[in-house]
Design a protein around this ligand. Structure first.
Ligand code: PA5
Length: 433
């Protein structure tokens, strides 16, 4: 991954960067030594090297079985039990995966549930499952989260109506706590195949456990390469070197935050990044946004959002900075065709690759935003594949923990997410509320 900081030069000095990188090194040490706040949830730090090989092989085997037996898979989960797999699928799979002819797809159609409480959404989902062979991957670390629990109850009923209780149980895969929680209990009672979310890995840091890996294996994604990429990022981010990209990113964020840049917009010109950015938003928002502190993580997908948020970014309140995710070499060689006339005024682009036009747009936007007072950082990966994605996942996790420590918060708890639940349960009449 290349980090381009030329769009930051107008906003802070090399001396400021050196000073803040020093603080980032200290924070990284805390993480490595397990001495920082929330250290009981830092099992993800060495996961790319020290994952459970037996569980990993079981994931590969079960993934292959799901592919063989299912036209469609519904992955149920929310927050950290959803976004990693969704991000990876959007990043790696065909952009129209579910609509693609079965023979051209690597795996089954993939759907997600448990991410809302909408009846219309769930009925619509049942419509597309009609007539297909399907399976459920149910993910909840606590095993008690309301949205996925409701989706599971709805879908389990339909699956059992289609296959009968016994056969349906063979199509349900549960990923949850090793011992406790309603889902663990239910899985035991009904005989579902189960996978464990390790105690020391919190939801939003769990993409490299079965939480992310089983849905991806079921979709035909090469999870070995994903882990390899993550291991490369671990090697690059654990040492206190000047090349350590996690130190650099965490330092830059904290310098800008201290200068009043309280919103970071993660931006990309490639739609495959759309859900990686959603995953990043959850990771950073839940990790840093506490004690009345934290950078607000926002996102924009360009060029579409240049026609909606572009005005604000260019000329609105100057509390923003932008982090751009880019890809060096894309697969498509598509070019702007020649027409033999210039009626649409695009003659000047004839024969140019779309990737060139996209990159040029990216450069033009960057220059405009920097001139408008928006610091711009660019992270570029060489290609879109499992390895580079694994790298990005781990890099962002590590930088998030470092950045959270620099901010002075515990990046691994989420006390604020309980408030809405208390109110909702009280209004719904849940016993005990
Ligand atoms: O990051 C987190 O801890 C949360 O976003 C959880 O992943 C989310 O609330 C879902 O929790 P659970 O997996 O317990 O259902």
């Amino acid at each position: 991954m290349k980090i381009d900081i030329t769009g930051l030069q107008d906003f802070f000095s090399p001396q400021e960067l050196a000073r803040m990188t020093g603080l980032a090194k200290n924070a990284n040490q805390l993480l490595t030594k397990g001495k920082g706040a929330g250290s009981e949830f830092t099992g993800w730090v060495n996961l790319p090297k020290k994952y459970n090989k037996k569980e990993f092989d079981k994931i590969l085997k079960t993934g292959a079985k799901i592919r063989r037996t299912s036209d469609a898979v519904v992955v149920i989960g929310i927050g950290g039990s959803y976004l990693g797999a969704k991000a990876a699928l959007e990043f790696l799979a065909h952009p129209f995966q579910n609509q693609l002819d079965k023979k051209k797809r690597k795996g089954p159609e993939m759907y997600f549930a448990g991410i809302n409480l909408s009846g219309d959404y769930h009925e619509g989902l049942l419509d597309v499952l009609e007539g297909k062979d399907w399976s459920i991957i149910m993910i909840s670390k606590s095993g008690t989260t309301t949205e996925p629990a409701i989706a599971f109850r709805l879908l389990k009923e339909k699956l059992e109506a289609k296959y009968g209780q016994k056969k349906a149980a063979k199509r349900i895969f549960a990923i949850t706590d090793g011992k406790k929680g309603a889902l663990r209990k239910l899985a035991k009672q009904e005989g579902y195949e189960t996978f464990v979310v390790p105690d020391d890995v919190g939801g939003r840091f769990s993409v490299l456990t079965a939480v992310g890996l089983l849905p991806l294996a079921a979709a035909g994604i090469n999870i070995k390469s994903l882990m390899k990429g993550a291991a490369l990022a671990l090697a690059d981010t654990q040492e206190p070197t000047t090349q350590n990209p996690a130190l650099l990113y965490a330092a830059i964020r904290n310098i800008l935050y201290n200068k009043g840049k309280t919103t970071e917009i993660m931006v990309s010109f490639e739609p495959r990044f759309q859900y990686l950015v959603e995953w990043w938003k959850q990771l950073y928002g839940e990790s840093e946004g506490k004690e009345q502190k934290g950078i607000f993580p926002a996102s924009a997908m360009f060029t579409a959002d240049l026609h909606s948020l572009g005005q604000y970014i260019q000329e609105g309140r100057r509390n923003l900075f932008e982090t751009v995710l880019a890809i060096d070499q894309v697969k498509s060689k598509m070019k702007i065709p020649s027409l033999g006339h210039d009626n649409d005024g695009l003659g000047y682009l004839e024969g140019k690759r779309l990737h060139y036009v996209n990159n040029t747009a990216m450069e033009g936007v960057r220059n405009a935003h920097v001139a408008g007072g928006v610091p711009n950082l660019q992270l570029t990966i060489s290609k879109a594949n499992e390895e580079t994605l694994g790298y990005l996942f781990y890099f962002f996790e590590r930088a998030c923990a470092i950045s959270g420590y620099m901010l002075g918060v515990n990046p691994f708890d989420q006390p604020g997410v309980e408030a809405y639940k208390r109110n909702m349960f009280e209004l719904l009449g849940k016993p005990g509320y």
